[in-house]
Design a protein around this ligand. Structure first.
Ligand code: DC
Length: 226
């Protein structure tokens, strides 16, 4: 079987990974795998149960019984939670924070690892997350660490919320981002960090188009034939 080509994108929340990865996938004819959505689906399940997310033992015990699956509809990732399509319910702030908490537990990460690796083995993928280049796909053909300053990320989030009619102070949003970064970077299991062979891209002063072009160039330099 022909080996698939895999692009790994890691970086903190709000750096633009999903927007960029979706665009690159569309232009290269790759599948975009949003691993954050898998953690969010798992988190949604625990929120629905009313579980204490700080109870690592309980979450660890239950997560093996939860079935998260991925389907594609017109190239768009759909996340199934125990067979139910929950894609539209995953972006809420509460779900993201819950995902950040439970994703620190080894049992939760182990429960999602095989799904992530199987997707990468069966298709050309661009996969984004926190530990893709370091742990999930250590042999990925092209690895990117995409980041932006906390202020730039906070301003983007502010505008997203504003467009939905939600007004929150910029300072509060920036504080949430800093807290989330700290949790994701300082946990014992699979902390967010740049893989040694990943290219560091600070997108604070770059447009989406510039980042997309840069990643396509990097992939071409790393053996992708287009
Ligand atoms: O990228 P996101 O905001 O959808 O991710 C939600 C949370 O899930 C994030 O705070 C950290 C966690 N996550 C992770 O630990 N590993 C991944 N590969 C993807 C997300």
């Amino acid at each position: 079987m022909k080996k698939t080509y895999n692009i790994a994108i890691d970086g903190p929340a709000g750096a633009g990974k999903s927007t960029i990865a979706r665009r690159v996938a569309g232009e290269l004819g790759f599948i975009y795998v949003d691993t954050g959505a898998m953690y969010r689906a798992m988190a949604l399940c625990f929120l629905r149960m009313g579980a204490d997310l700080k109870d690592q033992e309980l979450v660890g015990e239950q997560c093996g019984k939860i079935k998260v699956d991925i389907r594609y509809a017109d190239g768009v990732q759909q996340v199934l939670l125990n067979g139910e399509n929950v894609t539209d319910q995953l972006r809420a702030e509460e779900v993201g924070n819950a995902a950040s908490t439970i994703s620190a537990y080894p049992a939760v990460r182990a429960a999602l690892l095989e799904l992530q690796r199987n997707l990468a083995a069966s298709s050309n993928v661009i996969m984004d997350g926190r530990d893709i280049g370091t742990l999930v796909l250590p042999d990925a053909d092209c690895k990117i660490y995409l980041t932006a300053s906390t202020r730039v990320r906070a301003v983007r989030r502010y505008k997203e919320l504003e467009a939905k009619g939600e007004i929150r102070s910029l300072e509060e949003i920036e504080k949430d981002i800093i807290d989330r970064d700290n949790r994701d970077m300082n946990r014992d299991t699979a902390p967010l960090r740049q893989a040694e062979d990943a290219v560091y891209l600070d997108a604070s002063a770059m447009t989406i188009d510039q980042v997309v072009e840069r990643i396509k160039d990097l992939a071409a330099e790393r053996g992708l034939e287009v």
